[in-house]
Design a protein around this ligand. Structure first.
Ligand code: HGY
Ligand code: MN
Ligand code: MN
Length: 410
């Protein structure tokens, strides 16, 4: 066990301070990827990294990696997460993993501890995927799973491209992507679901991440008068979108298990009370821990949408915004997380992650695991997202122990 100890007050104060960047009037945070608010948040975190004497680098997709030198050189033991948020973000999603990582470094500095291997704290670009799809874009490019040019050319929901926005906010860095060497990666994150809170368990030992499938549908019908057009003469894009949304919900009931479906974005055109919509643009987010079931669900959804559109005389286009298979974390590292939590007297339980995380991309390149702390009422992607201070500090203490063990192992 290291002599270093987490300074809980310092961690909580840093979370509160970062939470004011892009803060929303009623609470919560909006720092969509590569917006001015994201830049302000990035600048604030980079300032903290530099104040800790860390060597900071920015890569070509805007990922920021800060290194705390070890007694020896070599690939770092890395932690981190993201600081971009959804439009109705909370204080902790992503931010907690980054700031807890910096708190680990601060604790080691306070105790004058230098680990054998270097330690790194990273935040990855556009984890949320809410403005630019796919999610986990920065860590996917970092790992080499998405060509840099494809990522830079990605056009967001507001028409700007990732490359333009990166340059505009000054985070189109020089460090290369796809060739990084990382010894191991541990991400600390809030659960964002109800399990730990409901069971009164302090630490989630995360064994993997469920599969993710994001489909964007564009339906083209015929706008017409809502009052004069007989029902059999309609080509109503909005009606087909509604059919697909209800089909998706019914599919989850038929599949059961961990199958979930969400229609999160839906825009009708011309979106007027007395006009039959001639266009519907919407997304369907399907997830499942079972890769084969996820594939079957996708196939059913797509063929239903095509048939429903054909029956209504509506054209149906679709494109994939994101598609990631389920990921299993390194069992040895998962075991290490569990041991550390128990050694610190924390109640813990093994579980999958319902949300996507940068760790699922790092898992493609090095031994990776995650640590969860409870989300009150399971709320997240909601301005009322909350985790008790004692749980935030407990998670950081487990992270400290796991990182030091990894960095000092023979
Ligand atoms: O969509 C997700 O699961 C993550 O929040 N990007
Ligand atoms: Mn997150
Ligand atoms: Mn999120």
């Amino acid at each position: 066990m290291t002599a270093a100890a987490i300074n809980g007050q310092r961690l909580l104060a840093s979370l509160a301070e970062l939470g004011t960047v892009g803060g929303l009037p009623g609470g919560g945070v909006c720092r969509l990827a590569l917006t001015d608010a994201d830049k302000e948040g990035r600048d604030w975190v980079v300032g903290r990294m530099r104040a800790l004497g860390m060597e900071v680098s920015v890569d070509a997709i805007g990922n920021v990696v800060a290194v705390y030198a070890g007694r020896e050189d070599g690939p770092p033991v890395m932690t981190g997460s993201h600081i971009d948020t959804v439009r109705t973000g909370g204080l902790y999603d992503g931010n907690y993993g980054v700031l807890a990582g910096l708190e680990v470094i601060a604790a080691l500095r306070d105790a004058d501890v230098r680990t054998r291997r270097p330690l790194a704290v990273a935040f990855f670009t556009n984890e949320e995927g809410a403005r630019f799809a796919p999610d986990m874009m920065g860590s996917l490019v970092f790992q080499g799973g998405m060509p840099l040019d494809d990522a830079l050319a990605t056009r967001g929901i507001d028409g700007a491209t990732v490359g333009e926005e990166l340059r505009r906010i000054g985070y189109a860095g020089a460090a290369p992507v796809g060739t990084n060497r990382v010894d191991s990666f541990v991400e600390l994150h809030i659960e964002q679901g109800p399990v730990l809170d409901r069971e009164g368990v302090q630490i989630g030992v995360v064994e993997g991440v469920q599969g993710i499938s994001w489909t964007e549908f564009t339906l083209h019908g015929v706008s017409n008068h809502a009052g004069t057009t007989p029902m059999h003469m309609r080509n109503d894009a909005g009606y087909v979108a509604a059919c697909v949304a209800t089909f998706a919900r019914a599919l989850t009931q038929r599949y059961g298990g961990n199958q979930i479906a969400t229609v999160g974005a839906l825009t009708l055109t011309p979106n007027l009370v007395n006009v039959i919509p001639n266009k519907a643009l919407f997304t369907v987010d399907l997830r499942n821990t079972d890769g084969a079931a996820l594939q079957a669900a996708e196939a059913e959804l797509w063929s239903f949408a095509e048939q429903a559109a054909a029956d209504e005389g509506v054209a149906c286009e679709r494109r994939m915004l994101a598609r990631f298979d389920p990921v299993r974390f390194d069992p040895v590292l998962v075991e290490r997380v569990e041991r550390a939590a128990r050694a610190q007297g924390r109640s813990c339980r093994r579980m999958p992650s319902g949300a996507g995380h940068d760790a699922q991309m790092l898992a493609r390149m090095c031994p990776t695991a995650m640590i969860f702390v409870p989300s009150v009422k399971g709320l997240s992607h909601n301005v009322k997202e909350h985790t008790e201070p004692a749980d935030l500090v407990a998670g950081a203490q487990v992270l400290l122990q796991v990182l030091v063990e990894l960095a000092d192992r023979p």
